[in-house]
Design a protein around this ligand. Sequence first.
Ligand code: ADP
Length: 151
Amino acid sequence: MKRTIFPGSFDPITLGHVDIINRALPLFDEIIIAIGINADKKYMFPLEKRKQFINETFANEPKIKVETYTGLTIEYCKQKNIDFILRGLRNPADFEFEKAIAQTNRKLAPIETVFLLTSADTSYISSSIVRDILRNNGNIDGFVPKSVINN
Ligand code: ADP
């Protein structure tokens, strides 16, 4: 059985994340959306909310599970017996950043990182831009799934 984790902060989940997850569905038997908890990071949405947004978005998709983890992503993969890490690529900055992490992970564990290139119509979307719009009372309708809009 091919299982992957899609790690991230998901603060909040966006249509960019949804696009990557939907396109990864035919490639894997199970996708664990893993919300990483970093004690030093300040989040806009509490963990339970971020989890709820994702659960609601994929309520009808039995191949998707939502979990939380702390520490190294590869340690979490080993613990759960997961062989793949899924990541999305938007631009050269993502590539450089992800390349270093994926190569480091490969050095530490036999876990393969699978990259999907963002779709043209979601490539500009990021959680940080969504948070900026929210802070300035703007409209996030075109950027996030319904569960976040209805929040
Ligand atoms: P992190 O804190 O690890 O950057 P994010 O929640 O911002 O977590 O992102 C998780 C994953 O989703 C990353 O691989 C990121 O590149 C990918 N991602 C985010 N937005 C998009 C998008 N618009 N298109 C494709 N991938 C995306």
